[in-house]
Design a protein around this ligand. Structure first.
Ligand SMILES: [Zn+2]
Length: 70
């Protein structure tokens, strides 16, 4: 079980900042459900295996100022 990690947006700095995918075909397909809402990861994947390193990032907040990352 992967627990969601809600990180305050102002703490998402430095190495935590990852580029968001600009090509839908390269966008990660992982999703997470939080309190009845579904978030989709927006990170860019490698063209070779369609995966990315590190954690998923929805580039969204969950109503409490937290960044939805898991
Ligand atoms: Zn992802």
């Amino acid at each position: 079980v992967i627990e969601p990690r809600i990180i305050p947006r102002d703490q998402v700095t430095g190495a935590l900042v990852r580029p968001r995918a600009t090509d839908p075909r390269r966008t990660c397909r992982a999703t997470i459900d939080l309190d009845g809402r579904t978030y989709r990861c927006g990170r860019e994947t490698r063209s070779t295996d369609r995966l990315h390193d590190g954690i998923h990032d929805a580039y969204a907040e969950h109503g409490d100022g937290g960044a939805v990352r898991w």
